[in-house]
Design a protein around this ligand. Structure first.
Ligand code: HEM
Length: 332
């Protein structure tokens, strides 16, 4: 059944454009993928710089015997042999940092308006460029992992090495060793969701801005999957030590912004309102919105409890080498 038109006027599309045929008579130029890719160059360059810094840090940690990766997988204790693995990890961290930034920007844009922020158009542009950079960094992370698998595969046939590395890195369910059996599909899920949910923006005139907005909300799942994948699989956050605590702490501002965004959304049509009132949501819709707000509040409480209690899912660092590794390069 078609829902009657809401008497509360819809706010204009905040994506920097108006829907085709919006009838306002004023046309703003729609951001295009090519233009945004060009605009993302400074942002992507900064990301490459951050990746290089993380790579250097991981290298030094391995050289000085303080690397958690080497503690978890002693066969990897040689940065010269495993530099591709370190680079993959470094891209993973910059991808996660950029994902954090772009999610924060998205929540700021769709939540209550705060004074003392750069103009909305600037924030929107940053959101678009950081989101493009995030997807590229995620891909680079997985690609370097695949390259590492090719490099350490001892079989002679290149086709077999390439196929096996591609399938392990990019085909969900293919990787069959240790924690990676669960953690890798979670990471792939994040990457494969990020691509359409980010890029659909550039074809929203075809699918409709409303459909695009509805789909784009699910981008939060990309972030949740990315963090989950990292907590589950990242050897640098394997033990319950400060890097893992910092990772958890970084989730507090995201959760708080999510609560604010849900409590006071920028779009009037998304406000909770009273169910059944003229112009307000119907009861099922209201219940879903209320549940979303309660869940977000529970997430804030949960993340705070984890950070304060120290029960963050990290393992205790063993005195000697571990009995098993999260994934077994040694046997390849
Ligand atoms: C095709 C998808 C993906 C594959 C094949 C993949 C593969 C891996 C592997 C093998 C590790 C373990 C590295 C270690 O020993 O620490 C890892 C860790 C990690 N991944 Fe992914 N990943 C994927 C997607 C993602 C995504 C979407 C993100 C987030 C933006 C991400 C961020 C990270 C981070 C931050 C780490 C921790 C690295 C460390 O501990 O130093 N990954 N990933």
């Amino acid at each position: 059944m078609q829902r009657p038109a809401s008497p509360v006027p819809e706010e204009p599309d905040r994506t920097g454009t108006r829907e085709a045929g919006g009838g306002t008579g004023r046309r703003e130029s729609a951001p295009r993928l090519r233009g945004d890719l060009r605009a993302a160059i400074p942002d992507a360059s900064a990301a490459v710089g951050v990746t290089a810094a993380v790579f250097a840090l991981l290298w030094v940690r391995m050289e000085t015997g303080t690397s958690s990766t080497a503690a978890v997988m002693p066969f990897m204790d040689d940065p010269r042999a495993y530099w591709m693995y370190l680079l993959s990890q470094a891209f993973g961290w910059s991808a996660l940092l950029w994902a954090w930034g772009t999610v924060m920007l998205g929540l700021v844009l769709s939540g209550p308006r705060a004074v003392r922020l750069p103009p909305r158009r600037t924030l929107e542009r940053w959101h678009r460029t950081t989101s493009l950079t995030t997807t590229a960094l995620m891909f680079a992370h997985a690609l370097m992992f695949a390259a590492e698998l090719v490099r350490h595969d001892t079989r002679a046939a290149w086709a077999a090495r390439l196929w096996s590395a591609f399938a392990d890195s990019f085909v969900p369910g293919w990787y069959d060793s240790g924690t990676g059996q669960v953690a890798i599909p979670i990471g792939q899920g994040a990457l494969y969701l990020a691509l359409p949910l980010g890029l659909l923006f550039y074809v929203r005139h075809r699918i409709g801005a409303r459909t695009w907005r509805r789909l784009h909300r699910f981008v939060l799942a990309v972030y949740v999957l990315s963090v989950w994948h990292t907590l589950l699989y990242g050897t640098n956050v394997w033990y319950g030590e400060w890097p893992r605590t910092v990772l958890w702490l970084l989730q507090i501002p995201v959760a708080l912004l999510l609560v604010l965004r849900l409590a006071r959304p920028a779009r009037r049509a998304e406000r909770l309102g009273a169910p059944g009132r003229p112009g307000g949501p119907r009861l099922p819709e209201w219940a879903v919105r209320a549940l979303g707000r309660l869940t977000a509040a529970a997430v804030v409480a949960g993340v705070l409890a984890v950070a304060i209690s120290g029960h963050d899912g990290g393992r205790t660092r063993p005195a000697g080498p571990p009995a098993s590794a999260p994934h077994d390069h040694g046997s390849e």
